[in-house]
Design a protein around this ligand. Structure first.
Ligand code: FRU
Length: 327
């Protein structure tokens, strides 16, 4: 006997990858916000960086009677047509974090990656006093955040002709960033700074430099600024990174926009999440704020476990009672 009332709304969520802390923080944020709406069910699919898989998962979700789709597209070109298809079926679409190359979506929620790249460029110009060698490790060059971050970063540092940039592709993950950097690092032992398109790849660059005896000389700047033991805030606070550029996952904001659409309230087509440089001057304040959220998250998880346990006990009792009455 299923005691759960049928959901009033079903939201499908197609995530390009689910395997890292940033994506987990996004999902946690969504679940925190969904706790205010007991009438909503979230159908979650992880495409594991595979365009074809994401296309199939989006189609499967669209055919599962969802009321709205949230999608973070792996690469914009291959995923755009299927998102347009869903939108044309009359299903509202909220695009998060990564963009598609079409105006056929209901709302976008995410950071301004041009601004992120520009801030990184300005900060690095300041750190290097306008002169030095930078290795930039990009995310997948076919994903919109990597394209926008790279372009804006290059445009910014172009105003410092004595800053030389060597760009390599780290595909967002340590497993690609590490070998890519190992391949070139011996030719660039004079590197002054490594700028990674996320904190995970930047940590792996730090490890490579440590192995190569380059620590002390090389500075590190990342992007994301997550809380937690391995997050960018900790790296800045431990002086491993000079800075990280905040890039919020925005799970709460995505659900808030989705709920407005579902309830036919007015909503913003573009919700741009704020960014900022986090360095030694403000990292402690940032950590205090995010530590509070982490504690709240733990509370929610404990509460959820208690509710689940209660529900199990209740269901067992029901089964026992039905058994006794011979139903
Ligand atoms: C997480 C991530 C972040 C990055 C974002 C860009 O999967 O790689 O680290 O900022 O995606 O889409």
């Amino acid at each position: 006997c299923d005691q759960k009332p049928a959901a009033e709304f079903t939201i499908g969520f197609s995530q390009c990858t689910g395997g890292d802390e940033w994506r987990r923080a996004m999902l946690n944020g969504m679940q925190r916000e969904l706790a205010f709406h007991s009438n909503v069910e979230l159908l979650y699919r992880d495409a594991k960086y595979d365009n074809q898989k994401q296309i199939e998962q989006i189609r499967e979700l669209a055919n599962s009677d969802i009321d709205l789709l949230i999608v973070s597209p792996n690469e914009d070109q291959p995923i755009t047509p299927v998102v347009e298809e869903v939108y044309r079926m009359g299903i509202p679409v909220v695009v998060v974090d990564r963009r598609i190359s079409s105006p056929l979506y209901s709302a976008f929620v995410g950071g301004n990656n041009g601004e992120v790249g520009k801030l990184a460029g300005q900060y690095i110009q300041m750190l290097l006093k306008g002169k030095g060698k930078v290795i930039e490790i990009t995310g997948s060059p076919k994903s919109s955040p990597a394209m926008d971050r790279h372009q804006a970063f290059m445009d910014q540092v172009a105003s410092s002709p004595d800053i030389k940039v060597v760009t390599i592709n780290g595909e967002w993950e340590k497993q690609y960033a590490r070998p890519a950097l190992l391949q070139i690092i011996d030719q660039h032992r004079d590197v002054d700074l490594i700028f990674g398109h996320n904190d995970r790849m930047t940590v792996s660059a730090y490890e490579v430099c440590k192995e190569k005896g380059l620590l002390g000389k090389v500075k590190f700047v990342g992007i994301d600024g997550l809380a937690g033991k391995t997050g960018g805030l900790q790296m800045v606070s431990d002086s491993i990174f000079k800075a990280t550029i905040l890039y919020s996952p925005g799970g709460e904001e995505a659900i808030r926009t989705a709920m407005k659409i579902l309830k036919k309230d007015s909503y913003d087509k573009e919700t741009i999440l704020q960014t900022a440089v986090i360095d030694s001057s403000n990292v402690h304040m940032m950590k205090q704020q995010t530590d509070k959220i982490l504690l709240q998250q733990e509370d929610i998880e404990t509460q959820q476990r208690k509710i689940d346990d209660q529900l199990k006990i209740y269901q067992n009792q029901q089964m026992f009672l039905y058994g006794m009455s011979g139903l």
